[in-house]
Ligand binder design. Sequence first.
Ligand code: SF4
Length: 352
Amino acid sequence: MSSCKEKDMARDILRDIKKLGIKKEVRIMEVCGTHTQTIARYGIKNILPENIKLISGPGCPVCVTPASHVDLAIKLAEEEDVIITTYGDAYKLPGSEKSLAEVGKNVKIVYSVDEVIEMCRAQRDKEFVHLSIGFETTAPAIASVLLKNPELENFSIIPSNKLIPPAMQYLIKNDCKIDGFICPGHVSAIIGAKPYERIAKVYEKPCVISGFEAIDVLKSILMILNQIKNNISKVEIEYKRLVKYEGNKIAREKMDKVFKASNAYWRGIGNIPSSGLKLRNRFKRFDAPKRYKIKLKDAKEIKPGCLCSKIIVGNALPTQCKLFRKECTPYKPYGPCMVSVEGACNVAFRYG
Ligand code: SF4
């Protein structure tokens, strides 16, 4: 909050939150790691009434990417002489024994999947495998590339994209104490508001799709608390400047052409039904595990002493982990939540 106007707006929202007079404890989960950053950066937890608790959720894509997928990427880089491409924030993600950063050959950091396609075209004698992580935000880009380049013979992906609403439902069904959700803005720009309707109507959890400025988050908290005060539960969009109720139809159609929903393993949580994306039969040749006939093996997903499986579902704080700031830092992450700037432990390390 830099301008006087924003500070005045924040003061007004806080006054309205206090005016609601809610006395019971309310636990609001921010699902997305970018919201976790905003909340920490602007000290939002500290300015809310004490009974309003913000808890971080599983919406950091790097944190929930299974170690088995990292192990597979490492195996391909080391044994098959394949070039693995990955986004920078997954570079240090620990596998069972090591991360891609420790491989030393055949690993390249990219900013977008289009960059990988350029490499594929420039080096036809090399094979490239993209570690495809992320939520509904990154899946359309992968889908678009596969639709546009059906002829590419030296490109495949390790499909590790995940879907957010099934994970939210899973948390509720598994007794995570959550009274409302701050829903992710970027994911919702693609999927729209409809996929959260069931969470609001059936499970009676208010859902507000929020932007990423501090004022957006504060407004979203007020909107959730308003619903709780009035005993209603619905999906609202605070981030109207980017998110439409119907989402982005074109992006969704591309995703649907290329992927179908499947059960998926979330690191620190376990299997969540229909929460992953697998390639449709037409695109099977882009599926790296099938192409190289390698089976995903059981991996050391969470190492001893790491509390990520509790942190990811909002049942523990990074500061409760004995390794926090000691054996585990962003420079040498021991657990998955310390790797990406969106991970709860990384955020806690940087902002305290
Ligand atoms: S501080 Fe490191 S080891 Fe501890 S929970 Fe966080 S990521 Fe896991």
